[in-house]
Design a protein around this ligand. Structure first.
Ligand code: ZN
Length: 184
């Protein structure tokens, strides 16, 4: 007996060991004042913070109603695998989506862009060729496509990646140096 479940979002794949790798499920930014981690709602807001991080560092007050007195949203520890982003990576051009995938062996991340037409582009050359073929998208400056990948933090890797159960990756706009300070 099959019941129609209209309007429900598709269930995430339950199968193990399929799919190309793991993608990010939590975004976080570190407060420059108290060094607590704040969860950022969604890629768009996160990219916005990351792009301005150098000129306009993140702090708790930027999250509505929050102050440095509030407990951290999330702790930097090995209960999830963290990857640390470079600050200043430009926001993804409108219409495109930037995707980060962690390799199954946790060795590194790969980044690619999905075009408004659904095509996957993996390098600056592919982007240039796409924009040339579809001039309607050439308002996106080439310099805004950035293939810099976040650093996978080795101290948060699961002991044995093959046995890794529920997995979460976080990205932070914080520089790595401030991370070391949080571990005392
Ligand atoms: Zn703070």
């Amino acid at each position: 007996m099959e019941q129609q479940e209209m309007g429900k979002p598709a269930k995430p794949k339950a199968k193990k060991d399929v799919g190309p790798g793991r993608s990010i499920d939590t975004y976080a930014a570190q407060c420059e004042k108290c060094h607590k981690w704040r969860v950022i709602d969604g890629q768009d807001e996160y990219e916005d913070i990351r792009s301005k991080m150098l000129e306009d560092p993140f702090n708790c007050q930027k999250k509505q109603g929050l102050s440095c007195e509030e407990p951290a949203d999330i702790d930097y520890d090995s209960s999830r695998t963290w990857v640390i982003d470079k600050p200043g990576v430009p926001k993804t051009p409108k219409g495109f989506k930037r995707s980060l995938v962690l390799r199954k062996d946790y060795s590194k991340m790969d980044t690619y862009y999905i075009t408004p037409t659904g095509k996957k582009l993996r390098s600056r050359n592919e982007i240039a060729a796409f924009v040339e073929a579809y001039p309607e998208f050439n308002n996106a400056p080439l310099g805004d496509f950035n293939f810099t990948v976040p650093k996978v933090m080795e101290d948060t890797l699961p002991p044995d990646p093959r046995l890794a159960s529920p997995f979460a990756t976080s990205t932070s706009t914080s520089a790595r140096s401030s991370l070391t300070q949080t571990q005392d």
